[in-house]
Design a protein around this ligand. Sequence first.
Ligand code: HEC
Length: 192
Amino acid sequence: MTKKSRLLVAAAAVLPVAVLFLAASPAPSDGPKYTSEGRLMFPEHYREWVFLSSGLGMTYGPLASGEPRFDNVFVNPSAYRSFLETGHWPDKTVFVLEVRQAQSKGSINRGGHFQADVAGVETHVKDEQRFPRKWAFFGFQNGAKASEARAQDDASCYTCHEPKGAVETTFVQFYPTLIPIAKQKGSYQPRE
Ligand code: HEC
């Protein structure tokens, strides 16, 4: 065998392996993880994820109270990177909505509000194989390592997220840095 043909044989052996490697996209390490009963494990590192926006005193439903509260929205970095390229949320997207008490008296502050203790954490997860509607919602008791018994009943969360979310069932219309991307990629649905 000549040197050239030996090289060709070697390339032919390596190529299918390389193709297989590229085709099988491994689950992202920041994707959803579940207990054996199907509860979502608390995404412990969400504070290192990508911050999308804060709302102050938004009154649309979950965890609403008399006092205005802040909410902070985070998404896992692998889903964020994919969204920048496609304008769509990939499988294994995990959103965290962290609700915090608003405080005005403290230290040197004279006006306005700053964020204080966590009042609740909700998540919105895309897992196409696991959930019939592809997405599901999970709530966490304060400090819990796993979500409440089951995914939040789709009805209470979907009634708003499905007809009102600008990209699939997510509220991209309130995440200012994502709006131009979704519009450019054609995934943005204007919602009243
Ligand atoms: C009446 C409308 C409404 C209902 C009902 C509702 N949400 Fe939302 N949700 C919103 C809005 C508006 C936002 C955007 C928040 C922001 O901009 O800070 C949001 C954002 C979220 C997010 C951040 C990711 C995303 O999808 O944009 C999560 C997680 C979330 N909600 C969980 C829940 C859960 C769990 C329930 C059911 C218990 C629920 N929501 C019910 C209106 C609603």
